[in-house]
Ligand binder design. Structure first.
Ligand SMILES: Cc1cc2nc3c(=O)[nH]c(=O)nc-3n(C[C@H](O)[C@H](O)[C@H](O)COP(=O)(O)OP(=O)(O)OC[C@H]3O[C@@H](n4cnc5c(N)ncnc54)[C@H](O)[C@@H]3O)c2cc1C
Length: 549
């Protein structure tokens, strides 16, 4: 007998399963342990434990009408559903639901690229279209369109965007929800709704103008549970003519202030792609125990101490990889301008010429080689070319034949794009992790990620294991302690696995939790039986509200 959804009798569950079979065909309803196992989160922090978020079954509709039929059946028997697109949300929950026993609605069979417009730089896709699929469709048609993809290419534009995922090219496009345009969703009552211009029958501008008229409700589908999205439009962009890199280093700890102000100026002026902050000093960590002791010291460090350590090693403290996309001439001019702008903040910054070559990249330019610069940029993602090379960081390799962890989860607080915030986050998390007693890479040289154009993510990851529950216990404990610690400083997670979503939302508490109460009032109105992804985004329908962690 499979796990049952809470509050659903076995007889009702069986009856719902029959209706699912009528809707999608027997071959596409999965109830055996062998099949359901595929929908467990391989990076779960509770693998094999009683609270692991395991689904009861999965159903895989092939079209919108079948999704509607599944929703109607779920309403009839009050069976909770959990929709996934490609289901590869590893580090943030994989394909597993927020509520143990939910039925996964696996949308991989709906995998058509419905529209690709090379004149208006847009596309319209179904949930099961992966980044590989979209890239391939563009190449097969010989279009000079670019996409922006996350590091692993097997996820989907839709699934990634609906979890507020990010990519690695130019600012506007890196924010995947922010660069969507137009949603079609099956609502909890089985109706199909379109957002923006899609609400106007036959509008030719659904993928061009996101708002239509009236409130923009598209946000209700990201990190939330107000519908099963069946189509989503995205803004693509023209293949740039050329690509250029350059590196800047600044000598002193406090120079991070000028460096960040300069890159903020350059990014908000749309002159550079994703800046990658780093520290040349990290190179010296392996051979210098005193430096390691300094950068992991609790109670904060002084500018003078780090500056001396850097000058002893004859290295600068911070670096930033700069990337330029566009015509060769403007890239060159923007690099020259960037040097002058950064030097106006940090006069003794050093600049290193990188590469410059025409797009599309060829041969070695395309290879996933480490960049000549310290950050080690994964090359293909900078060109919007999906691949899976990032998995070599965490899987069995010649260099790491027996990895001690099976996966990881991300702890991903958003902090302001200032040096003061970076220094404070380093100090707070170094101290907190020392007190909690877990190893992590957080130290006084850790730099935040510039994924979002206007905010930093000060990410750190914690290991998960399928064989060692102690590793998972420590990870759970660390993340649960870090969330409120971050919140004390106004740092909230941009994203997290289902097991921690309630804790994260707990910290977004302005107005006595007025946002959460508003979301849940809407949830109760739009989904009175609470069938769509209960708990996702910390939004629990009335029926399951007592389950809030
Ligand atoms: C090593 C590594 C590197 C990574 N790098 C990145 C990165 O660079 N950028 C990044 O963003 N992420 C990254 N991730 C996280 C993750 O792998 C990707 O974000 C991945 O794209 C998400 O999986 P997916 O696209 O298959 O989404 P899915 O798993 O299909 O969807 C994500 C969630 O969205 C909701 N959802 C999906 N489809 C629907 C729908 N049709 N209707 C309603 N709700 C829906 C569901 O709640 C689902 O759980 C990384 C993970 C690892 C392990």
């Amino acid at each position: 007998m499979p796990i049952l959804p809470p509050g659903v009798a076995a007889r009702d569950f069986t009856a719902a399963t029959r209706l699912f079979e009528e809707a999608v065909g027997r071959d596409w309803v999965f109830t055996s342990d062998e099949d359901v196992n595929l929908y467990r989160d391989a990076f779960s922090t509770s693998w094999g434990e009683p609270d692991e978020l395991i689904p009861s079954a999965a159903v895989a509709p092939a079209n919108v009408e079948q999704v509607q039929a599944v929703v109607r059946a779920a309403n009839r028997y009050k069976v909770p559903l959990f929709p996934i697109a490609t289901g590869k949300n590893f580090a943030y929950g994989g394909p597993a639901p927020n509520l143990r026993g939910s039925v996964v609605v696996d949308l991989k069979r709906m995998n058509r690229v419905l529209e690709l417009d090379a004149d208006r730089y847009t596309c319209l896709v179904e949930p099961g279209v992966s980044y590989f699929d979209l890239y391939r469709a563009i190449q097969e048609r010989g279009l000079k369109l670019w996409i922006d993809n996350p590091s692993p290419g097997w996820g989907s534009p839709m699934g990634n965007a609906l979890d507020h995922g990010i990519g690695h090219t130019m600012g506007r496009h890196r924010d995947h929800f922010g660069s969507h345009c137009g949603i079609e969703a099956v609502l909890a009552n089985g109706e199909v709704m379109r957002t923006g211009m899609g609400a106007m029958p036959n509008a030719g501008s659904w993928q061009d103008y996101p708002y239509g008229y009236g409130p923009d409700v598209a946000g209700l589908f990201g990190q939330a549970n107000f519908g099963i999205v069946t189509k989503m439009g995205f803004w693509l962009y023209p293949q740039p003519e050329s690509y250029r890199t350059g590196l800047v280093t600044v000598p002193r700890r406090r120079d991070l202030d000028g460096l960040i102000k300069a890159i903020n100026y350059l990014e908000q002026s749309y002159l550079i792609g994703e800046p990658i902050l780093g520290s040349p000093l990290r190179r010296a960590l392996a051979k210098s125990p005193s430096l390691r002791a300094l950068v992991t010291k609790t109670g904060g460090i002084t500018d003078a101490a780090l500056d001396k350590a850097a000058s002893d090693e004859n290295l600068h403290v911070w670096s930033c990889d700069l990337q330029f996309y566009g015509p060769e001439r403007t890239n060159k001019a923007n690099w020259e301008f960037s040097k002058a702008k950064i030097a106006s903040f940090v006069p003794d910054a050093k600049f290193y010429e990188g590469e410059s070559f025409a797009m599309p990249p060829k041969g070695d330019q395309l290879n996933n080689t480490i960049s000549p610069f310290p950050s080690g940029v994964q090359r293909r993602q900078t060109f919007g070319i999906p691949d899976l090379a990032v998995w070599s960081n965490i899987s069995r390799t010649d260099a790491d034949p027996e990895p001690w962890r099976d996966g990881h989860i991300g702890f991903s607080p958003v902090i302001p794009r200032t040096a003061d915030a970076v220094f404070k986050a380093q100090e707070v998390f170094v101290d907190a992790l020392a007190e909690i007693g877990v190893q992590s890479r957080v130290n006084h040289l850790q730099t935040p990620l510039c994924w979002f154009q206007r905010a930093f993510v000060f990410i750190t990851t914690f290991p998960t294991s399928k064989t060692n529950p102690e590793i998972n216990r420590k990870t759970r404990e660390a993340v649960k302690k870090l969330i409120p610690i971050g919140a004390q400083h106004g740092w909230g997670e941009y994203r997290c696995p289902p097991a921690f979503q309630d804790a994260v939302v707990e910290a977004y508490s302005f107005g006595g939790h007025s946002l959460r109460r508003f979301n849940e009032a809407m949830k109760d109105a739009a989904d009175p039986n609470g069938i769509l992804a209960p708990g996702r985004g910390g939004i629990w329908p009335k029926r399951y509200r007592g389950r809030r962690a």
